[in-house]
Design a protein around this ligand. Structure first.
Ligand SMILES: Cc1cc2nc3c(=O)[nH]c(=O)nc-3n(C[C@H](O)[C@H](O)[C@H](O)COP(=O)(O)OP(=O)(O)OC[C@H]3O[C@@H](n4cnc5c(N)ncnc54)[C@H](O)[C@@H]3O)c2cc1C
Length: 288
């Protein structure tokens, strides 16, 4: 590892000031679970690290206007998994509690996973799946972007070198009536081979008013499956063919060319099952 300055701003304005001063020679460090590994392997050689883990405004969660849930970017998975969140927001806490192992959950943060933008990580798929918005700040001002626009379809996060991700803003409980995340991994601490987030809103008559299905780990960025969601809009939730819907999600999200690898074929099978279960669970929660 090459020598670097370790900077510990006390508040957000100081952090973005340091990022502006140091330009692209600096990197934000939150839990360090991804960045330190990259530095050890010399894939990243920053001259300065701007540590944001101890900035109080970036940790924890709170209710925003219109019932939105606001999660600070430097909130650790361990903090999030202990959150007693109401309704379908609880699925976000459950995802945090079922990810990697305890040391990773203790150090790793939701904002770090979003900025790292590895499609196999859980939180990018969850953030896009629940249609969250991300708040970013630099000395030039703030901006708010839908999670789906934050991830470059070719891979990586659309976060400038001098920008700080401050907040994940999740829609209020009225937006959906249920949400469910399903993933498949080989070992506990492995990243997912495939994952699916389904968020649904079922009306009082039991019909699907909105369905969002997002697939992770099968492309460089989370994939919003629009065709199947449009086909199922207005359907009666209680009599959905979830097996057929799961297969349709897999066909849309994981197209197979003639030279598709075994892994790709396996991922398609996985997505069919994960999507079936996510749709079933999200719509069942909606009806209960
Ligand atoms: C053994 C192991 C198993 C894992 N298993 C899983 C898993 O099952 N599922 C899963 O989802 N993840 C998993 N992870 C990955 C984990 O989610 C990420 O490594 C970690 O959460 C990244 O968060 P961090 O706070 O440690 O980020 P860091 O490593 O500190 O930062 C990661 C990147 O984000 C940037 N960054 C961080 N915070 C900000 C910010 N606020 N604003 C701008 N840029 C920022 C950094 O500059 C860096 O580029 C695993 C990691 C390990 C080591």
């Amino acid at each position: 590892m090459k020598p670097f300055d370790y900077l510990t701003p006390a508040h957000v304005d100081e952090a973005v000031g340091l990022l502006a001063d140091r330009g692209d020679t600096a990197r934000v460090i939150a839990g360090g679970q991804s960045l330190l590994l990259a530095m050890k392997q010399r894939d990243a050689t920053p001259r300065a690290l701007v540590a944001v883990g101890r900035i109080p405004a970036l940790s924890g969660w709170s209710a925003e206007a219109a019932g939105r849930l606001s999660i600070g970017a430097a909130t650790s998975y361990a903090t999030l998994e202990r959150a007693e969140l109401p309704g379908w927001h609880a699925e976000i806490a459950a995802v945090a509690g079922n990810l990697a192992d305890r040391p990773v959950r203790t150090m790793g943060t939701i904002g770090g996973a979003l900025c790292q933008a590895d499609p196999r990580f859980d939180m990018p798929t969850v953030a896009v799946g629940v249609d969250a918005e991300l708040e970013l700040l630099s000395v030039e001002g703030g901006r708010r972007v839908p999670a789906a626009a934050f991830f470059d379809p070719a891979g990586g996060a659309r976060c400038g070198a001098t920008e700080l991700l401050t907040t994940l803003s999740v829609p209020g409980l009225e937006r959906f009536t249920g949400a469910a995340f399903q993933k498949f991994r080989v070992r506990t601490f492995d990243a997912a081979l495939a994952s699916v987030l389904c968020a649904a809103r079922v009306d009082e008559a039991g019909r699907l008013e909105e369905l969002r299905v997002v697939v992770g780990a099968v492309a460089p960025a989370p994939l919003v499956v629009e065709g199947v969601a449009a086909d199922l809009a207005g359907a009666e939730a209680a009599s959905l063919d979830t097996v057929g819907a799961g297969r349709a999600v897999a066909e849309e999200a994981v197209p197979l060319g003639p030279s598709a690898s075994d892994l790709r074929r396996y991922q398609r099978e996985l997505v069919a099952v994960l999507a079936r279960d996510a749709i079933r669970r999200a719509t069942e929660t909606s009806r209960s």
